[in-house]
Design a protein around this ligand. Structure first.
Ligand code: NAI
Ligand code: MG
Length: 334
């Protein structure tokens, strides 16, 4: 289309249900204006897909995701667990990235927050290997393997290097879970030797839960196991306020998927009211994953200007603009 566009990528687009579709369209409208060529291949998934085809996640959609350079995912409704959890497993997406960043004119509790949580996505407590109840109670096993933890810790250090971060913090509970989290901490300092320019520290998870509130500016990159990462990233979301602003990434060896943290929001679906920024910030994470940092910066600066100007904010941010109007303003700012 535009001959000056240099790089070209095949992107799997899975809008899903409800506001997933609206925020996806708004985001694609902005991507159209960047200096990059995208070929979109649409995949069906979610509640409506289940009604139409009898399955919430057709094999064809998985093939589309597998075949693409990256995937943009909107939101599913009641079938979310069957859709997004299954995609993560099928695609072996081992790293879950949740940035915690304060933007202006939001409900962020502090101004100076900007860190990344790198969460192990495949093992730990969430293998959900629970033995059935006995008369005495119930048992769950927690698995920590050298291979998976080394992979996530190495990913966190690489992320730090590539994003000009100076420190990685390991979070664990090795004082109580001496074997599993003792091993995690040991591997952390082993991997750290390969990154002599990155500072390191490690904290217990309970202390970290407090530090996130008392000294959030201390953190740059946090790496942690599955359950702790899940809890701390929701605490992080609370710190910066508002589901409409929070993106995420799932990275694997065979592919990567970028999605807002929010769901299909049936209460506002179909009304052109949803805040598309979480989806847009997810697309920006995708651009950085693809190495398109310059265009990512330009896109992010345009969103920042929308937030700073505060003339075109959606209802969740106290404004009265529509999804489409906010997207239009982002495009104007490019
Ligand atoms: P939700 O995230 O859809 O909505 C929670 C509240 O936040 C609602 O009041 C909604 O209007 C508001 N909200 C969410 N995103 C917003 C945005 N971009 N702009 C403005 N307001 C926004 O979570 P809820 O209500 O618990 O779940 C609704 C459906 O979404 C359920 O069927 C659930 O299974 C599904 N879900 C899907 C997820 C996924 O696909 N990854 C994640 C979470 C929920
Ligand atoms: Mg969670």
């Amino acid at each position: 289309m535009n001959t000056s566009k240099t790089n070209s990528y095949k992107i799997a687009v899975v809008p899903g249900d409800g506001i997933g579709r609206e925020v996806m369209q708004a985001t694609l409208d902005v991507l159209e204006h960047l200096n990059i060529d995208f070929e979109y291949v649409y995949g069906d998934a979610g509640d409506e897909c289940l009604e139409k085809t009898g399955t919430a996640l057709p094999g064809e959609t998985l093939d589309i995701i597998r075949d693409a350079d990256a995937c943009l995912f909107g939101a599913a409704g009641e079938t979310a667990a069957d859709v997004i959890v299954k995609i993560r497993q099928e695609m072996k997406m081992f790293a879950n990235l949740r940035p915690v960043k304060a933007y202006p004119n939001t409900n962020s509790l502090f101004d100076n927050i900007d860190f990344m949580i790198v969460r192990e996505n495949t093992e730990g407590m969430y293998i959900a290997d629970e033995e059935s109840y006995t008369d005495d109670g119930a048992i769950a096993r927690r698995i920590i393997t050298k291979e998976a933890e080394k992979r996530i810790i190495d990913y966190a250090f690489k992320y730090a290097v590539e994003n000009n971060k100076t420190k990685v913090t390991a979070v664990h509970k090795a004082n109580v879970l001496k074997k599993t989290d003792g091993l995690f901490r040991e591997i952390f300092y082993e991997v750290a030797k390969d990154y002599p320019d990155i500072a390191t520290e490690d904290f217990y998870v309970d202390a970290t839960a407090m530090y996130l509130i008392t000294q959030p500016e201390n953190f740059e990159v946090i790496v942690t196991t599955n359950l702790f990462g899940d809890i701390l990233s929701d605490e992080g979301a609370g710190l910066v306020g508002g589901l409409g602003l929070i993106p995420s990434a799932n990275i694997g060896e065979d592919g990567a998927l970028f999605e807002p943290v929010h769901g299909s929001a049936p209460d506002i679906a179909g009304q052109n009211k949803a805040n598309p920024i979480a989806m847009m910030l997810s697309a920006i994470m995708m651009l950085r994953y693809l190495g398109e940092n310059k265009e990512a910066d330009r896109f992010e600066a345009s969103i920042l200007k929308v937030l700073n100007d505060a003339n075109t904010l959606t209802g969740d941010l106290g404004g009265s603009a529509t999804t489409t109007e906010l997207a239009g303003e982002v495009i104007n700012n490019l």
